[in-house]
Design a protein. Sequence first.
Length: 494
Amino acid sequence: RYSADNSLCAMSENGASQRRPQSSRKGRLLVVFISLAFVAIQLVLNHVVSKESDQHLDKDFGPPETKASYLTSTIDELLQHSEASSASLRTIINSLKNHTPPGLHGEEITDIEGETKRCESYGFKYAGRRTRRRVFYGSNIADDSWHTIAAHAMESFGLYHTVALVESNVTHMRTPRNLRFKADSLNVRAMQSGIFGPTTDVFVDQYIDTGKPINATGDPYGLINEDLQRELVLERWIKQGMTTDDLGLIGDVDEIFSRDFLLAAMTCDVPQFRTGQDCKKPKLAPKTLIFEMAPDCITEGRHWYHPDMISGECIDGVGDSNTHPQAERVMGVGFRFKGYGRENDDYQHLPINSTMFPLFKPSDTRMKPASQQISKRGSHSAFHLHNYFRSTKDIRHKYWTYTHGYHGSEKKVPLGEFHEDIDLAVRCFTNRKDKHLPYVRKKGGFDSIDGLLQPLAFQNKEYRKQRFEEMKQEILKDEAVYSSFEGTYHLKTG
């Protein structure tokens, strides 16, 4: 289970992949056991994961005043680094030093009237709960800029119990990449300095792909590398003591539940979070407002549907494996095979009239349909900070090497040709017409959502202005090299 440097190995060794299916047929039991054992061996041979430095604020930095001093000095150091390469980045990173969200909500629920109103705004009820549910957050992380990291930390400040991040030495297309979040690196020290809250534990585990073949048979979307990485999130949650009463939140760093909805999920009587779940359709998804590259470029008429939230009772390795049958999956961690709930009612391999269904892996929480998309009085409940990179160079790199990859096209075409979302953003920054696109930008930009939920980080007017002007200049420089896009066909849509 350990590599030569004593690093933890094997993506599937959280115990779940070794549990025996609940089947009375001995022949099937043997086949499944051999199959899963083979998968586990393959994972051990092909992949390792390095343990991070396990720093904890309470252990390492002492009393509150010492923590605050460490946070300030670490952020000051980050401000001098190339990660803070623009005025807008320096503004949002600097905000982390003194960020205090409205209403620092503790574990105890004291404002019953306020919580009741909050629950009702999302269609829930307050049923007298006296302590909040704990939230365990998990995401892969790679070239995400500090725009998204800082905005996420500010929105969720003090609400997450655990932040479990996983970085890989390859992209989703297995293109080699340099690790940004090595143990004790400035990026990791900043993440663990208290920006997510003084009691939130932050971990950055490393998924190391050794380059050997992966058998992804049955993976329709080419997401097995994502799934392998996210399995480490689950392992971290379990190590951190997740229980069936806790909530698991899977998303990308740029997908952020509003602070208001997080508090509702932690407090309200949510049917999907009640005890006794059958785990057939246990996850919630938000109605997510999309910001394209900057706060003033908002997509009109289209909403995203991540991140995703689920009760610990339905999470593999946390919920009751004796009650819920095992699902067979791609490499033991990815998409379920047909007959095990790949689609919502696709359970022909389970006993007839089953009343309990397989527990969820992170791959399920990310990709299976939600039982409900949550809105606040019909409006959004989360934010997607889409393509919030530092430069157009970073955007082109993403569309070359990640799941949107175009195998070299990033070197040849105008930026807007890559995707209709990018085309929309380009037209927003350059004030060009966008009516021919499937979706247009909101008139009025950020001001158009006045009175609705807004990212806390975006309420800084100077930041909004800086980000818009920087990306406008980036796009104009990019067009001087690759020209502008005036066509209607995009390399990728949707």
